[in-house]
Design a protein around this ligand. Structure first.
Ligand code: C2E
Ligand code: CA
Ligand code: CA
Length: 544
């Protein structure tokens, strides 16, 4: 309560300080006159007090007011002031005129000098708070927020220019800077007052506008931005991503943390190829996830990632008949990272294409390494939804396999049923093309979704892999046991081969054998094996 009163007073003084100063300075004149008069007249030292209002007038208000106050002061201490109040003897004209001139010089110079200092400070502030190349306010500008944005709700939007590197590469930084400035001008002229736009990075703007509704605000910004940009007669394609978040109080915007959620949302939109993303605590990844993702491409390129191979066992012969390639990441600081901690992140981005290409390439090497030892080993790799629905996936895969010279029947793709269900028609198309060219498909994690085997028959699948959750319960839950039994039976009736994954004990293995399961995979036989050891392991396991 008390604080807000003080704040109100401060606000009032800030707003009216010039008027208040003028009144106070003018009031000082008669007071000082009376003071000088009552202390004995101009011949005593107290007359020098008159410099105070003259200097204040110059400094606070400016040179003109300084001269005006000096003139008034000169007259008050001139013809209107005796040399000595006891004798009432008047001053010689030259004396008080001379004083008056000195007063005026002081009033003017103090005012002028201060005005100069103020102007250059303003100029420096202006320079410091604007981006040199684009002339758009930068983060230093945030200090000025209280005078621009009031204590209202705001929509804060991070606008990313996704293809800025490309624009710079093709057209150069000068054109790019002109573009940024045009974008800024376009935004400011469309958005009404009480908005603020800041360039916080070479490819990033923060737009703050009064809050209406995040979705509409983001769409509105997009509608301004989605136009044909033309710089020096060159039409430019500019790709934007927007992240929007709600800010409850205007002055929260002085705090840089506020911008993090908008930035993260924009990054999310960018990575997922969508035009805008509204901040949602639950949907967004942690900051550390972004940091991890940011280094992933480099990790792939520098082989921080590596493959391990888990054998699949033929339950008739109890010998291995193939391998599954499983990726790992040896992070320079975090150590070993398992796929469950980074695959879901990578899958949300286009990086999953690089990952799968990398896995395929390395798997093809491994198949060739086995071939050099005279062993023919089929290896399966895991394929994500984004891969399957990537229009270039099929061509890329085929090119990769063909140029490796590996027999196509040796490379298999594991695809989960949930991936197929995203777009059954489209998945059917791609799978049929793959199968036609000799690549076999295994249905991964069967039973973890809801689709029935009968429904799955429309897809050209060769093998069904029963989810490892079932193996964990098969011994203790008779219902699960029954489900596995029927799943194996039905799959075989439909002409599929069946693999059980996650087999950890001999007891589970016995049950599977009893149900006539074809293949199994699990820690009971082998954990995923390092690339350096897999050939040895395999060769030994094949021996009688
Ligand atoms: P998934 O395809 O179902 O792979 C089987 C996972 O179960 C592997 O975990 C494997 O190490 C583990 N596992 C094998 N036998 C047993 C067992 O007896 N008991 C238990 N409890 N687990 C067993 P991992 O290697 O951590 O991989 C986890 C998931 O990450 C994989 O599940 C797969 O969805 C994904 N993943 C792994 N590598 C790749 C890859 O190269 N590309 C893609 N897209 N996904 C991958
Ligand atoms: Ca798998
Ligand atoms: Ca699986």
């Amino acid at each position: 309560m008390k604080n807000s009163r003080i704040n109100e007073v401060i606000e009032f003084v800030k707003k009216y300080y010039k008027i208040i100063s003028v009144v106070l300075i003018v009031l000082m004149l008669p007071l000082i006159y009376l003071f000088v008069y009552s202390t004995g007249g101009i011949k005593y030292v107290y007359s020098h007090s008159m410099y105070i209002p003259i200097l204040l007038a110059g400094i606070i208000i400016g040179p003109k007011f300084g001269v005006f106050i000096a003139l008034s002061a000169g007259i008050l201490l001139g013809p209107l002031m005796p040399i000595d109040t006891v004798t009432n003897e008047p001053q010689i004209v030259v004396n008080w005129m001379y004083r008056l001139v000195i007063f005026m010089i002081i009033g003017f110079t103090s005012g002028h000098a201060f005005h100069k200092i103020k102007m250059s400070k303003q100029r420096i502030d202006e320079l410091m708070s604007h981006n040199q190349e684009t002339n758009i306010p930068n983060t230093n500008f945030l200090k000025r927020i209280p005078s621009i944005l009031k204590n209202d709700e705001y929509s804060l939007m991070t606008v990313l220019i996704n293809n800025h590197n490309n624009i710079i590469d093709v057209l150069g930084t000068d054109i790019y800077h002109i573009l940024l400035n045009q974008i800024y001008t376009e935004l400011t002229s469309n958005l009404k007052d009480r908005t603020l736009i800041i360039q916080s990075d070479s490819n990033k703007l923060w737009v703050m506008k009064p809050y209406l509704d995040l979705t509409n605000d983001a769409k509105y910004i997009l509608s301004i931005l989605n136009k044909q940009w033309i710089i020096n007669d060159i039409p430019l394609y500019v790709d934007f991503s927007i992240g929007a978040t709600h800010v409850e109080h205007g002055f929260d915007l002085m705090n840089l943390d506020t911008f993090e959620s908008a930035d993260n949302s924009a990054r999310y939109a960018q990575l997922n190829n969508i035009s805008y993303m509204i901040h949602d605590e639950n949907k967004l990844r942690k900051k550390s996830d972004y940091a991890l993702l940011a280094t992933f491409k480099h990790a792939l390129e520098t082989n921080q990632t590596f493959l391990t191979y888990q054998p699949k066992i033929d339950l008739n012969t109890m010998k291995p008949y193939g391998l599954e390639a499983l990726i790992r990441w040896h992070h320079p600081e975090k150590g070993l990272i398992m796929p469950d901690s980074f695959i879901p992140l990578v899958e949300e981005t286009k990086l999953i294409h690089l990952l799968t290409d990398w896995v395929l390439t390395n798997t093809l090497y491994k198949i060739k390494a086995f071939r050099a030892l005279g062993i023919e080993v089929p290896i399966s790799i895991n394929v994500s939804a984004k891969n399957l629905y990537d229009p270039f996936f099929f061509e890329r895969v085929m090119k990769n396999i063909n140029s490796s010279g590996v027999d196509k029947k040796l490379i298999k793709f594991e695809i989960t049923e949930s991936v197929l269900m995203i777009n059954p028609e489209e998945s059917k198309n791609v799978l049929e093309k793959l199968v036609k060219h000799g690549v076999l498909i295994e249905l991964d994690d069967f039973g973890s979704g809801y689709s029935s085997l009968a429904y799955l028959t429309q897809f050209p699948i060769s093998t069904i892999k029963i989810d490892r959750l079932f193996m964990q319960k098969i011994l203790i839950n008779s219902q699960v046991r029954q489900i596995v039994k029927s799943a194996i039976q039905l799959s075989k009736d439909l002409g599929y081969k069946v693999v059980a994954e996650g087999v950890e004990t001999a007891e589970v293995l016995d049950v599977l054998k009893e149900f006539n399961c074809d293949y199994a995979q699990g820690y009971y036989f082998a954990k995923p094996i390092a690339s350096e050891e897999i050939e040895d392991w395999y060769r030994k396991a094949l021996q009688p």
